[in-house]
Design a protein around this ligand. Structure first.
Ligand code: ZN
Ligand code: FE
Length: 255
């Protein structure tokens, strides 16, 4: 049974690994040193690299990993801006690595080439979804990101969401400004605070919990729609995509 383990990198990134004790899949190794040290101390070999999108904090370590391990397969979006990808994958493709199968979903919105990997009950979603949050819209539109998040939200509810950043506490602080009475969110805040005080990751989270706590997945909730329609929509009906756009811009202003 393969083991899932996050390796911290930079300030708040996680490089997700799936390993069998000897070989490891590496998801978004943004920093070579962190992951190579982790592999060396555990006497493990990298089996393959999975990339979600082109941002440096996700791909920055790949060139060095390839130098040390020539021939390693690097799966990632078909995009010239990811020169270290050796196997370009996109919507509908299946990555077979370390005896496991991961389905590729196109999830544009944070960036246009962004993809996610789903398999064995895990979702590797890069910067598309965070606990109680989502990525910034750098390319495309908030509608595009909303549609991508809706696809992730439709996965089995026991899916473990492996996000690439430890943004949970900041995201909860923002989420409480738009859903101050959300009991599941208030519970998650207490639990997440305890995890961080103990120096532990708040991730992965269960998709069922994100559906209960993450406002960016809750834009069809009438109460949230009414709240966000107030100042901008004149109190009128706002649909889920419009609610999402307002929410994303409020979060941008929140920091
Ligand atoms: Zn990013
Ligand atoms: Fe990132």
């Amino acid at each position: 049974m393969p083991t899932l383990e996050p390796v911290p990198a930079f300030e708040d990134n996680y490089i997700w690994t799936v390993h069998d004790g000897r070989s490891a899949l590496l998801v978004d190794p943004g920093e070579a040193k962190a992951i190579l040290t982790w592999l060396a101390t555990r006497r493990m070999q990298p089996a393959a690299v999975l990339l979600t999108h082109r941002h440096a904090d996700h791909v920055g370590g790949v060139a060095e990993i390839r130098r040390r391990h020539p021939g390693i397969a690097v799966y990632g979006p078909a995009d010239a801006r990811l020169p270290d990808v050796t196997v370009a994958v996109g919507e509908g493709d299946v990555v077979v690595a370390l005896g496991m199968r991961f389905h590729v979903l196109a999830v544009p919105g944070h960036t246009l080439e962004h993809i996610a990997y789903v398999g064995h009950g895990w979702l590797f979603c890069g910067d598309t979804m965070f606990s109680c949050g989502c990525g910034k819209v750098f390319e495309g539109s908030s509608d595009l990101l909303h549609a991508s998040l809706q696809r992730l939200a439709a996965l089995p509810t026991d899916t473990l969401v492996c996000c690439a950043h430890e943004y949970t506490l900041d995201n909860i602080r923002f989420a409480l400004t738009v859903e101050p009475d959300n009991a599941a969110l208030l519970d998650w805040r207490e639990h997440a605070l305890a995890l961080r005080r103990a120096g532990r990751p708040t991730l992965p989270t269960r998709l069922a919990d994100e559906l209960a706590c993450n406002p960016f997945l809750r834009c069809a909730e009438p109460a949230l729609q009414r709240r966000l329609a107030g100042p901008r929509g004149g109190g009128g009906f706002v649909d889920a995509a419009a609610t999402f756009a307002v929410l994303r811009s409020l979060k941008d202003a929140f920091g």
